[in-house]
Design a binder for this molecule. Structure first.
Ligand code: AMP
Ligand code: ZN
Length: 136
């Protein structure tokens, strides 16, 4: 993917402030950060989103994210860490190469307002769970 920003970072064609690298993953700082230490963990191979990850990539990227989250917590002294991962335009994705945001959080930073939620009844929950099991 010649025009993919993250592929170009993996190839070394674009600069990145790198944090961690292994066989399947690369982690670096977001150039537009919610807080200092806002990191991105990507798979090295061009995979557009979550649906396309292999089991090996999936395992590796979460392992790397765990390490990066511990480092972000230790280095920034943040009060908490939120992971954010978007898929497709409707999911809020803007760079179409799989990545996980590691966001340092501070008490009352009001970064992520919670979504409006409803509490469906057990019957509705069970029906949805059955539909999901069917496609798994
Ligand atoms: P998303 O909206 O979840 O797809 O996140 C994409 C993120 O990539 C945004 O937060 C951007 O700030 C970040 N980003 C875009 N270009 C670069 C770059 N060259 N280096 C680091 N982060 C980038
Ligand atoms: Zn890419």
């Amino acid at each position: 993917m010649d025009d993919c920003i993250f592929c170009r970072i993996v190839k070394g064609e674009l600069p990145a402030s790198k944090i961690h690298e292994d066989e399947h993953t690369l982690a670096f700082l977001n150039i537009v950060a919610a807080h200092p230490g806002h990191a991105l963990v990507i798979v090295k191979e061009h995979v557009e989103n979550l649906y396309g990850l292999s089991d090996a990539q999936s395992a590796a990227v979460f392992q790397a994210t765990t390490r990066v989250a511990r480092a972000v917590k230790a280095a920034t002294g943040c009060d908490g860490v939120t992971l954010f991962q978007a898929n497709e335009v409707a999911g809020g994705q803007t760079v179409f190469h799989f990545h996980i945001h590691v966001l340092p959080r501070f008490k009352e930073d009001n970064l992520l307002p919670f979504w409006k939620a409803s509490a469906p009844g057990r019957a509705e929950l069970d029906e949805m769970a059955a539909r999901l099991r069917e496609v798994l």
